[in-house]
Each structure stands twice: as structure tokens, then as C-alpha cells.
Design a protein around this ligand. Structure first.
Ligand SMILES: [Zn+2]
Length: 307
């Protein structure tokens, strides 16, 4: 896990990455996906997994493709019943979402054909589906573990009530379980699964970042050798050739279900951290259509090449 956090280059990093499926699954919260881009057509996918909670979409195309796209941080939704524990104003919370949401990555992922997709509609300020839910989570140090208590400027934003904890952790568990099931279904058909974990990050470093200070390339490609062979990384580089890219700087690793993490090399995974100015104006949270279109084309090229 540990995407959308800055961590040092891969060498010397602690070995684990993904905490998927580490909690018992239960019911999940309800709501809708976050805002969509209006200047770029976004194809809405049919939800094909029965009983999928309203806050995330699972588009299961495992019958026809080994590729799984993931957009964990594009959502802004916080269910109203969980707003009470925030200690900042509604305006400040929205400003935090502006700073920390991987804007339009949900739309980007939803627009690609030939891949399954898992698209999270809940804001990371409700619960971060890519954090470790235990004390091993490094971002706990700045109040940004699985349940954030602090914001982008390390200011307190929430005192998590007990009544919030269980349902939000249940959402985390169900999300993780669904993702794992999709990977298993994909493996059963294709004998391999290719995860592309799509994020974006701000042009300017934010105070919460633990390992900032390094170069912030237009594209940061996170991976680990066990889950990313050279041909896969080459396909990424060639598909995004128009963007200067750096490996595992300033974000590292990629999303793999814990069930498969470091034990099943049939599961490949790469994280794409796209610097936001490439495709949007961070000041106005407006998409830049040309940049967004080029990203769509590159991601589609990558999917077509590795499927
Ligand atoms: Zn992210």
C-alpha cells in the first residue's frame, strides 16, 4: 500500500506494501461517487459485482482481460453520518479535499476500455483504503493512517468517534476483499493479473509528506521487483513516453492484495503517480482537457499493450 505518500526510494524500504484483506469483511457505508470531469466525456461503467457498496465501483471484466485499473483516491464523498467527528469547518474540509484528492483519476480510470476497474468514491478523509490498518502504518506518525486525524498541513481535523470506527473499517475490509476477489477471478481465467494503480500528486510539496524534498517528476512510477518485471516497466515507460518519469521517487511501491503480496508473482502491479499540473489546474480544480486526453491515450496504450 502506501501510495500517495512520499517514501524514500525502494532500496532500504520496509518490505511490505499492501494491506488488503487484513480485516474481517462486513457491510459498508452508502453514497455516490465523487465529482466527475465535465469537459471530458466519462464513460460510466455498469456495476457488475452484486451487492457492491455504493461508494465503490467494481467493473469486472476478468473474463476478457487480465488488467485491473485502480483509482483509490479520486473520491470526495464523506457520508453525512461520519461528518460529526471532524473538528474543522466545512470550508476547511473542502480545502483539504482540494489539496489531497487525486482529482479526476476516477474519471480517467473509468474511461479506459479493456480493463477491469476498482474505483473508490469515498474520500481518503473518510478512510484511506491504501493504508495499513495497524501500527505498521508509517503515516500514523502524521495522523494520516487508515483513519486520518490530521490534514495536509499537519493540523488536527478529526477526532474519530468510536461510532465511526467500526463502519469505516468495515468499508475498508469489504473494499479490500472485493479487490482480492477480482484478482483471484482474473488469475483463474488468465493465469496472471496486471494491476495499474492510478494516483496523482501536487506540484508543490505539502507539509504532511514524510519524505519530500526530492524531485517531483511529471510521472512517478512506483513498483517492486517481485511484482514488476522489466518488460512491464518498459511498457509503462513507452506508453507514457511524453512524460518525464522517475522510478519510486518521491512515492514508491504499488498496490497488491496482501494475499498475493510477495508470494504470487503472477500478480504484477505498478503505481502511476501523475503530477497534477500535467492534466489539471490545481488552483481551480479544473481539468486541462488536452493534458487529460493525452493521459487517457497513454493509459489506454498501456492497457492494450499488457493485456
Ligand atoms: Zn493517491
Amino acid at each position: 500500500m502506501l501510495r500517495c505518500r512520499s517514501i524514500p526510494p525502494l532500496r532500504g524500504m520496509p518490505g511490505r506494501r499492501l494491506a488488503i484483506g487484513t480485516l474481517p469483511g462486513m457491510s459498508a457505508a452508502a453514497g455516490r461517487l465523487g465529482p466527475r470531469v465535465t469537459t471530458t466525456p466519462a464513460r460510466r461503467h455498469r456495476i457488475t459485482v452484486p451487492h457492491s457498496p455504493e461508494h465503490f465501483q467494481v467493473v469486472d471484466r476478468s473474463a476478457s482481460t487480465p488488467v485491473i485499473l485502480h483509482a483509490p483516491h479520486g473520491g470526495r464523498a464523506i457520508p453525512p453520518e461520519h461528518l460529526g467527528s471532524f473538528v474543522v469547518s466545512a470550508a476547511e474540509l473542502e480545502a483539504e479535499k482540494d489539496a489531497m484528492t487525486d482529482h479526476f483519476t476516477d474519471t480517467l480510470v473509468g474511461s479506459i476500455t479493456g480493463a477491469s476497474a476498482v474505483i473508490n468514491g469515498l474520500s481518503r478523509f473518510a478512510i484511506d483504503v491504501e493504508r495499513f490498518p495497524d501500527e505498521s502504518e508509517e503515516m500514523n506518525a502524521v495522523g494520516m493512517g487508515v483513519l486520518y486525524t490530521h490534514g495536509s498541513r499537519r493540523q488536527e481535523i478529526r477526532r474519530v468517534a468510536e461510532a465511526d470506527r467500526a463502519p469505516l473499517l468495515a468499508y475498508f475490509a469489504q473494499y479490500s476483499r472485493r479487490f482480492t476477489e477480482l484478482v483471484d477471478a482474473t488469475l483463474a481465467v488468465h493465469g496472471r493479473a496486471v494491476i495499474i494503480d492510478v494516483h496523482s500528486y501536487p506540484e508543490q510539496q505539502l507539509p504532511y509528506e514524510l519524505h519530500g524534498g526530492g524531485p517531483r517528476a511529471p510521472l512517478c512510477v512506483g513498483s517492486e521487483p517481485f511484482h514488476a518485471a522489466e518488460p512491464f516497466l518498459l511498457a509503462v515507460a513507452e506508453s507514457f513516453a511524453q512524460l518525464q518519469a522517475r522510478a519510486n521517487t518521491t512515492f514508491a511501491g504499488s498496490y497488491v492484495p496482501l494475499k498475493h503480496y510477495q508470494t504470487d508473482d503472477r500478480v504484477s502491479s505498478v503505481m502511476l503517480e501523475i503530477r497534477r499540473d500535467v492534466y489539471m489546474d490545481e488552483a481551480t480544480i479544473a481539468v486541462r482537457p488536452n493534458g487529460f486526453l493525452r493521459l487517457q491515450q497513454s493509459l489506454q496504450r498501456l492497457v492494450d499493450r499488457v493485456r
